[in-house]
Design a protein around this ligand. Structure first.
Ligand code: S5P
Length: 473
């Protein structure tokens, strides 16, 4: 950076001090903590010359050479700054709504954009990084890529680390250390005050934000310790012991076909997923045999029943009729659509059971929205002992490392079937999308040699998982 730039930066620091955007003394924060430093950059809108110099400096520092398709300010303080930068850099702006969405699926992001467009984030001050992450999460839900954030000041209180953990690179015009240095050199504050602030910041670090990325970096055996649901714990343990995260979706229509295939591949899977209502010669004896195999080969059974009715009906569907699902399935899938009644109906206190809630679907044109997914995760949080995890496609769906991401729609090559199923590769679902247990149906069932193919999937999926956890070491 040039001398001229350095000089302007110094002037800006002094100006911010003089307009009380940064104050020293003794303050009490919202949470009741005492702090020797206080920032309020909202006041800058009253000083057009300072606004101008902030936007010029940010432009020179990090926007001029940036290739993002859009920029987006974190509401509210950074919005006018982002507007000035957008005009100066001729980089189209996006706006994120901050108010809670009171009417349905109202758009959170205003402006024109395409899936996969990149977006640069502008913020005034970063402490823990949580505000930046809120904006980024909303952008990511819309399919935008947000991996860079520019801030005026980094308070050096874990914000940088929290953002890095979420795959966001932070650039700051000032770090707190630089700001203090300028103010001391210009005799605006004493050395003693500067030391006081530094020691305060070191001792009072902002909390580390748990992220969806972090959960995917933890090995299964450690996640077993964090699971609240018994089935989730067992499944994590089985995966770690058998070194497999493969779930076979055994979508065959006779008992013999199923039993023969499971006998062949049982050692390669952690979970067997059934649709009992497609079996033409179903009898309860079949469930006994499957249970016996599950014990012998050490896997769990998931009946993919996708319950979606009122609690009373689901309770009957689960315990009565031909299938008596509650007697043999370790876990079942359910939609969150009908509301909590469905979870109350499945909350069997006497048995060790689990539920995978459908938070997203793999099929093209499905009607699930980001709001629905978020509401599903919130609903699940009320039933920690019952919920094993989510059937979903994206890592952002949840952060709790004790829950399991079950992802269907997987084959060795990305493709589609004739009825809207969309397939992603093992690399994509495990490394990018955060899948923990991976559901493969026709990729194995329809293969010439299902046994060999199951081993191919098992090995490739496990390699992806090992690669994923090794990035945190
Ligand atoms: O979103 C979903 C949820 C599920 S559970 N998409 C899915 O495909 N599934 C199930 O996963 C589906 O019912 C089927 O049993 C399996 C995928 O099978 P494949 O043959 O397409 O791999």
């Amino acid at each position: 950076m040039t001398m001229e730039y350095e000089k302007q930066l110094e002037n800006l620091a002094i100006n911010l001090f003089e307009i009380d955007a940064v104050k020293f003394g003794e303050f009490t924060t919202k949470t009741g903590l005492k702090t020797p430093i206080y920032f309020d950059l909202r006041v800058i809108v009253s000083y057009p010359i300072i606004m101008d110099s902030i936007s010029k400096l940010l432009y020179e520092f990090a926007v001029k050479d940036n290739n993002c398709d859009h920029l987006c300010g974190v509401p509210y303080t950074a919005l006018p700054v982002a507007t000035l930068l957008s005009i100066k850099a001729k980089m189209p702006m996006l706006m994120r709504r901050k108010e809670s969405k009171s009417y349905g699926t109202k758009k959170m992001i205003e402006g024109h954009y395409k899936q996969g467009d990149t977006c640069l984030i502008i913020e005034d001050v970063v402490t823990s990084g949580s505000s930046v992450l809120e904006t980024i999460n909303d952008l990511r839900k819309e399919g935008l890529r947000a991996e860079e954030a520019i801030v005026i000041l980094d308070r050096e209180q874990t914000g940088r680390k929290n953002l890095e953990d979420n795959n966001v690179k932070l650039k700051s015009l000032f770090t707190m250390t630089q700001l203090l240095k300028i103010l001391v050199a210009n005799k605006k504050i004493t050395e003693e005050m500067s030391a006081n602030v530094k020691s305060y910041l070191q001792n009072v670090q902002a909390p580390v934000i748990a992220t969806s990325l972090q959960r995917t970096l933890i090995p299964y055996e450690k996640r077993a310790e964090q699971a609240t649901n018994v089935i989730a714990k067992k499944l994590f343990d089985i995966m770690a012991v058998k070194k497999t995260n493969l779930c076979l979706s055994v979508d065959l229509t006779t008992c013999t076909q199923i039993l023969n295939l499971v006998e062949e591949v049982g050692d390669h899977i952690c979970l067997l997923k059934t649709h009992v209502d497609i079996i033409e010669d179903f009898h309860l004896d079949f469930t006994k045999k499957i249970k016996e195999m599950a014990q012998r080969h050490n896997f769990l059974i998931l009946e993919d029943r996708k319950y979606a009715d009122i609690g009373n009906t689901v309770s009957l569907q689960h315990t009565k009729g031909l299938y008596k699902i509650n007697e043999w399935a370790d876990c079942v899938t359910a939609h969150s659509l009908p509301g909590e009644g469905i979870l109350k109906a499945l909350n069997d206190q006497d048995n060790e059971r689990g539920v995978f809630l459908l938070a997203e679907m793999s099929s093209e044109g499905n009607l699930i929205t980001p709001d629905y997914t978020e509401a599903t995760a919130k609903m699940a949080a009320k039933y920690p002992h019952l919920i094993t995890g989510f059937v979903c496609q994206k890592r952002d769906t949840f952060v709790d490392p004790g829950l399991i991401q079950l992802t269907p729609g997987v084959q060795l090559e990305s493709s589609k079937d004739d009825l809207g199923q969309v397939y992603n590769t093992p690399e994509k679902v495990v490394l990018e999308n955060g899948a923990d247990v991976i559901v493969v149906g026709r990729g194995i069932v329809k293969a010439k040699n299902p046994k060999t193919q199951a081993l191919v999937y098992k090995n490739r999926l496990w390699e992806c998982y090992e690669k994923r956890i090794s990035t945190s070491k």
